[in-house]
Design a protein. Structure first.
Length: 428
């Protein structure tokens, strides 16, 4: 018997209604980050990342560590161009990153003399410091150098901070989620980051001496203004019963630099040992008491997604402004207590300079600036008037460089026993 029209249309209406409800819920769940929007987003990102980096993860090609040079078509013959003329001509430059030959350790730190010649190489065997993660899935990031030729290192995505000798053998290792920068305080301590904590370690043993928690002590402290400032990246509850929650990675601390005693007179607002902290996701730099977590000074922008703020001997703080999305990174400076921000150097069409994430800088004794263009795989030195002194592309292939996470200048007499050396040439 032929079914009535009303009987036939009923299931169709139900299907259409369910489709409309699903569409509305899908839209609203995306707006408000309800289930399953976060799970779908995570799955999509995971599939995309695996598709792009499967060669890296099985050890065929280090795709997670390769980048395209900044600015136009890359020159297949690129490498070192120009010649150090300023302070760096009379010292050494260390460059940390991927071992470009992949013959031996995955990571390495190279040492170049004032003429630009490689004179030593520290092999970085990550599997000696952490047996849980593969070297190709961590990023050598923080680097600090000692007068005896040893290095302290941290690894993004890894689980170790270590101090190695000139041959790459560990002197000490501590396993935890250390990341980004390492800085010496001149008093026998290393200052670094562990998750959202500022941590001070004994530089000779790696023992944790003290720590202050960004979330537990700095946010939850008694200073209401400080608490409000740090709680910007939170999600508004949907009703009175819900708790306030943080957005993902709400702070992203990426540098913690102590004020050394010899610079303290230039910063009367602060005390020796106070820590200059960079919070990338807040576009904020601040100076913090590492014992109490009290923020003594802070400034938002104009930097955007910044890295590597540094105390300078003349009382300025300089900042590596990634200016993510702009195509041109900058080096800015500010004096605590003043509002004026000065541009010391910026990328341009004539001299491209851009790293959308990561990056380091060092103001040299003669006013030149040593720049680490991490996401371009290049180190360059510029003069105070913005001219290129020299540059070095860390080349992997005709159209690819390797990510460079830090370059560091040290004077010619820095190493107490002469230039570092290893009986096995440092490449074991």
């Amino acid at each position: 018997m032929k079914r009535k029209f009303s009987d036939r249309i009923g299931p169709a209406i139900s299907i259409v209604s369910l489709a409309i409800i699903a569409m509305i819920y899908g839209t609203v769940s995306t707006w408000w980050n309800w289930f399953p929007a976060p799970q779908i987003g995570l799955a999509h990102r995971t599939v995309k990342e695996v598709a792009e980096n499967w060669k890296n993860d099985i050890g065929l090609e280090p795709t997670r560590h390769l980048v395209k040079p900044v600015g136009g078509e890359p020159d297949p013959e690129r490498g070192l161009s120009g010649k150090p003329e300023g302070s760096s001509a009379g010292g050494y430059t260390l460059i940390a990153g991927l071992n470009e030959t992949q013959d031996g350790p995955f990571h390495t730190v190279r040492l170049y003399d004032g003429a630009g010649q490689e004179v030593h190489r520290w092999p970085v065997h990550y599997d000696l410091y952490d047996t849980e993660r593969k070297p190709q899935n961590v990023m050598l990031h923080g680097m600090e150098v000692f007068e005896d030729g040893s290095l302290a290192l941290t690894f993004d995505g890894g689980q170790a901070i270590t101090r190695i000798d000139a041959c790459g053998q560990p002197i000490w290792t501590q396993n935890d989620r250390f990341h980004h920068s390492i800085n010496r305080d001149g008093e026998g301590r290393l200052v670094t980051l562990r998750d959202d904590d500022i941590v001070r370690l004994d530089e000779n043993t790696g023992e944790t001496l003290s720590s202050v928690s960004l979330r537990a002590e700095m946010v939850e402290g008694e200073n209401i203004e400080q608490k409000a400032m740090l709680e910007i990246r939170t999600r508004t509850p949907e009703n009175a019963e819900e708790e306030v929650t943080y957005l993902g990675d709400p702070f992203h601390p990426n540098d913690a630099e102590p004020l050394r005693a010899e610079m303290a007179d230039a910063f009367p607002m602060f005390e020796p040992g106070d820590v200059l902290l960079s919070l990338r996701e807040l576009n904020m730099i601040s100076v913090v008491d590492p014992e109490t977590g009290r923020v003594k000074w802070w400034h938002y922008g104009p930097w955007f997604k910044q890295h590597d703020p540094d105390f300078q001997p003349d009382g300025r703080i300089t900042v590596y402004d990634n200016a993510t999305g702009s195509g041109a990174s900058r080096i800015l400076s500010i004096r605590p207590g003043e509002e004026e921000v000065e541009t010391l150097f910026t990328g341009s069409d004539e001299l491209p300079f851009y790293s959308w994430r990561r990056g380091k800088h060092q103001v040299l004794p003669d006013g030149h600036i040593l720049l680490t263009e991490a996401e371009g795989g290049r180190v360059l030195e510029v003069t105070p008037d913005g001219k290129l002194d020299w540059e070095r592309h860390m080349t992997w292939a005709p159209e690819q460089n390797v990510i460079v996470t830090e370059a560091r200048y040290v004077p010619e007499d820095f190493f107490e026993n002469g230039m570092p050396s290893c009986a096995s040439d440092g490449d074991s």
